[in-house]
Design a protein around this ligand. Structure first.
Ligand code: ADP
Ligand code: MG
Length: 705
């Protein structure tokens, strides 16, 4: 048992997990690069990369015991190995034998390193999952290492593959990390609390998770050491939320009293009456605004449920009370749309309306910044450009974030600091909106510092969008549908998936598709929209679509979120297999936004991995059902908008199965914050350090515009 560190040592070692992977003995430039490309840039990343499973090499299996699909590890002699040609492909074969039998191993991808690994007659440790191939068991891409004392007689971790690094090498790196780094890691949770919660120590947990001394249970949930590591992540997440909750409450807010006369006037200017759900949400918002602490609310409502008007009314209330309101959208296209939709109303009410995105002309930007810096109230619409450092606000009263799931998780904190020159200035109200139906447990975690409002009712008269999966050979039918809709003055979207790293190609796809469609549909103009267009062109295309001059819009996923053209009735999706359910749901949400029957057509041959997902999608328009399915398929990280490598995802999925661990973490975090609100006591200083670092990471905003 190492002796406890004193405070100064703790401060120093708090960042031990942040050391770059290069400090590890045996990790040179090349290996470091390979690790970094997989998202492992610090030793902490490596330590939180949980094994997929373990290889039990204490006893070793026999070849005669192998059975299909069951992971096994055995000691065997390499009898024969060579390259075998199958037409133009080369496959590497190796035959292994022990006294109980022999088995063939195959590599379909291999390099010289593989051949060099073998020497005739030598003994190897072979591990892998046998498959049945024409009735015979064989191994594909097994792990093969020379049998030596070191690897044998132990339980070894099995990690997700990192290309460019052999499994054995990766394991040796981990061994080095565990040996050299883990002893330096300070315990974050007091022993007494750990005992009380029945949790293991941190160092011990890292060690036993990566190199167990006893056979670990199959189920991660009953693995006490992994449980501690998951707890560690949850604890810091909850701690961040608890601190932020406390922080918000400690600031004075800006009180907006309800002005019924003003609201009635605005109500008369709206083209429709609010639904019951929208009215309820407005009451909740008005309650927040009227209180003395800042609003911090999440507004959740399925696509097309009418969140924008709630945000707008909220903004107008704040402006009417003399403060500036900001509406932040995740894409430029969406910002333009809000700008145009709000324009007439703002004019009618005599409110200065400002547009700010990164690509608007310099002069316009300059003017916008000037208006925002004034103390007079204004309404600002834009992208994340709105919260960049250069922007300063004369009197910021409200920040609305549309489509929250497209932004990073904890960057709200940064927003809250915006517009406050002095620490005792009132903090702006914050309203975040999302169409992602987040399961409750997850919402409680990720948005635990927010109050929740839900719009659970669609505006009247909406028809469910009819969804069809059409094989490419029957594409004509989709065109006929589009043609009929054009004749009724309706519009269609044709969407292509965004393929990372091949933007040029994709632009070509979109452009050449538009040219072809222009030939097929001489009765209308065909517009093109993608992220690379400049702001002016984007605006022009959007306007033409809105006015009906453009009847067909060919686009990349820039149209995915928020776009609202009520006359659009057809959404044609090319390569739907490349989209997740949540994305498809968003895309489909672009049509059926008024009373006309609308259609979503997926061009797909019904084969392959995606077929099932697409048929689930076609069978329901319920966002909650799709979110649950998405959760099963992709894991919660994606769903919640946290794009990180596997570890957190895995923790979150475990969390969904085991809410009690989350609750424990939450209680421990709240207790700590209650006892030491600023985490200023010497014993908590290293916790504050770690928290600070984690929060900084998560404050990074995803740039999607
Ligand atoms: P989302 O919640 O997806 O952001 P929007 O706010 O864009 O949805 O609203 C979708 C469409 O429904 C818009 O065209 C909007 O004008 C319209 N809408 C919103 N509320 C109502 C309502 N109460 N009655 C009729 N139409 C409405
Ligand atoms: Mg919207």
């Amino acid at each position: 048992m190492p002796k406890p560190l004193n405070t100064e040592e703790q401060g120093r070692t708090a960042r031990v997990l942040d050391h770059p992977v290069r400090v590890i003995k045996g990790v040179g430039l090349k290996v470091a690069k390979a690790l970094e490309s997989k998202g492992f840039s610090t030793v902490g990343d490596l330590l939180f990369n949980l094994p997929l499973g373990y290889l039990d090499r204490r006893g070793g299996h026999r070849i005669s015991e192998l059975s299909a699909g069951k992971y096994a590890s055995f000691r065997a002699e390499a009898l024969d190995y060579r390259e075998v040609r199958y037409g133009r492909r080369k496959v590497f074969h190796a035959v292994f034998a022990d006294e109980t039998g022999r088995v063939l191993a195959k590599w379909f991808r291999f390099g010289r390193w593989l051949k060099e690994r073998f020497a005739p007659g030598k003994t190897y440790l072979v591990s892998g999952k046998p498959v049945l191939f024409s009735g015979v068991l064989e191994l594909h891409h097994p792990e093969v290492e020379p049998a030596d004392q070191e690897a044998e007689g132990r339980i070894l971790p099995r990690y997700p593959e990192v290309s460019g690094i052999a499994a054995g090498t990766f394991r040796r790196i981990m061994e080095e990390v565990v040996a050299a780094i883990v002893p330096l890691i300070p315990e974050t949770i007091p022993r007494k609390v750990l005992d009380h919660l029945g949790l293991k120590g941190l160092r011990e947990s890292f060690r036993e998770t990566h190199f167990p001394t006893a056979e670990p249970p199959d189920d991660v949930l009953s693995h006490p050491f992994i449980k501690r590591l998951i707890f560690e992540e949850l604890f810091f997440l909850e701690l961040a939320l608890a601190m932020s909750r406390r922080e918000i409450k400690s600031h004075p807010g800006f009180t907006v009293l309800k002005d019924d006369k003003f609201l009635a006037r605005v109500g008369r200017l709206l083209p429709f009456r609010l639904t019951g759900a929208q009215k309820r949400v407005m009451r909740e918002i008005a309650g927040d605004l009227a209180s003395s602490s800042p609003m911090n609310r999440l507004l959740q409502g399925d696509v097309g449920s009418g969140k924008t008007v709630c945000a707008l009314l909220c903004a107008l209330m704040v402006i009417n009370a003399g403060k500036t309101a900001v509406l932040m959208a995740p894409t430029e296209v969406l910002a333009f749309q809000h700008f145009y939709n709000i324009g007439p109303l703002a004019e009618e009410l005599n409110i200065p309306l400002v547009l700010l995105t990164s690509s608007i002309p310099r002069a316009e930007k300059h003017e916008a910044l000037g208006t925002l810096a004034e103390e007079k109230p204004a309404l600002a619409v834009g992208t994340h450009a709105l919260i960049q450092d250069r922007v300063s606000f004369g009197s910021l009263g409200l920040v609305v974030i549309d489509e929250q799931h497209r932004f990073g998780v904890l960057q709200r904190a940064r927003l809250r600091l915006k517009g406050r020159e002095r620490p005792d200035d009132p903090a702006p109200h914050v309203l975040v909106m999302t169409a992602t139906p987040i399961p409750r447990t997850l919402a409680m975690t990720l948005y635990g510092d927010l109050d929740l409002s839900v719009i659970d009712e669609l505006p009247p008269g909406r028809l469910p969008v009819e969804t069809t999966i059409l094989p490419p050979a029957r594409r004509r039918e989709a065109y006929e549908l589009m043609s009929r809709e054009l004749a009724r003055k309706k519009r269609s979207y044709v969407v292509y998936p965004l393929v990372e790293g091949s933007e040029k190609l994709e632009m070509k796809d979109v452009t050449s598709m538009a040219e072809e469609l222009a030939r097929i549909f001489p009765q209308t103009e065909v517009g093109v929209l993608h992220g690379r267009l400049d702001a002016r062109e984007k605006r022009r295309v959007m306007e033409m679509l809105r006015s009906g001059r453009v009847g067909i819009l060919v686009a990349t996923t820039v149209v995915e979120v928020g776009l609202d053209v009520p006359e659009a009735t057809v959404m044609l999706i090319e390569h739907p297999e490349r989209f997740g359910l949540a994305q498809l749901h968003q895309l489909r949400g672009r049509v059926g936004r008024a009373k006309d029957p609308s259609h979503c057509v997926l061009i797909h041959d019904g084969r392959g991995d995606a077929a099932q997902r697409l048929s689930i999608f076609a069978s329901t328009t319920d966002g909650f059902v799709l979110a649950e399915e998405d959760l099963k398929i992709r894991g919660p990280g994606e769903l919640a908008g946290i794009r990180q490598h596997g570890a957190l995802d895995m923790k979150l999925s475990i969390l969904l199965r085991d809410v009690s661990l989350l609750k424990t973490a939450r209680r421990a975090a709240m207790a700590l914050v209650e006892k030491d609100p600023g985490l200023e006591k010497p014993a908590h200083r290293h916790i504050r350090e770690i928290l600070k670092k984690k929060t900084e990471e998560k404050l990074q905003i995803m740039h999607t515009a």
